[in-house]
Design a protein around this ligand. Sequence first.
Ligand SMILES: C[S@@+](CC[C@H](N)C(=O)[O-])C[C@H]1O[C@@H](n2cnc3c(N)ncnc32)[C@H](O)[C@@H]1O
Length: 256
Amino acid sequence: MRDYAKLQKDIDRTLGIDLTAYKEQQMRRRINQWLDRHKLASYDALIATLTTDRAHREKFIEYLTINTSSFFRDQRVFDVIEEVVLPAIGKLRRPRIWSAGASIGAEVYSIAMLLREGRYTPSLLLATDLDEAVLQKAKAGIYLPSQVDGLDPKYLNKYFTQLENGNWAIADSIKGMVVFKQHDLLKDPYERNFDLILCRNVFIYFTSTTQKRLITSFVQSLNPGGYFIVGSAEQIMDPASFGLERVSYCIYRKPA
Ligand SMILES: C[S@@+](CC[C@H](N)C(=O)[O-])C[C@H]1O[C@@H](n2cnc3c(N)ncnc32)[C@H](O)[C@@H]1O
């Protein structure tokens, strides 16, 4: 028998990941697929392997947390960031910006390139993720050709160098703008006083109760006049109930 409640406790104990906050059906399906793929007969066999095999543990966390990302993912949103959000937050002071659930860094580096193009100087450009391994990839800033496929040549030519093996390395000047930190959105305290927070394609995996708790925390972390951006499947139906106003597709603002 596969006792999911026991697995939730075991995963929290061994990996520090609180599965109770994630949508159960989706997580169960993914974990069961993992068991089949690795020929593990039970949840207990999985926990035993996670405890003894470090490589398996890292791969499992990567699988569980779903790291899909890309540069300028959802161009419509980045157009509004470039044309509305950055001019608004950049004109008053040096903005503080947070990409939460940053994955491989494609989102935060897209923002960094826009800041550079617009000659904005942030006082903080923070990128956080739960998954330490994916943060290491983000910090390294090296991408497969498939990961920069579709990126506007204007950015590729200016801010990337192609390595001998065909991969693309992001410029040190862009990398140096970003502070990377391990941070669990479910358990760790949130920094405050941000002018822009992006949390895209992250809380889609959480239960609706958890989503509400997180949105409330993000709003508390925003300065008045600050912007909050979510993924296309995470649009907020009743922004006013969180003290937000809708600006455009996926983009909200805390009134000044
Ligand atoms: C699908 S990626 C989204 C990446 C990027 N924001 C984007 O939209 O392209 C989701 C990221 O959320 C991270 N994540 C999942 N649960 C998290 C948590 N509790 N705290 C922080 N990050 C989490 C995963 O590790 C993963 O890198």
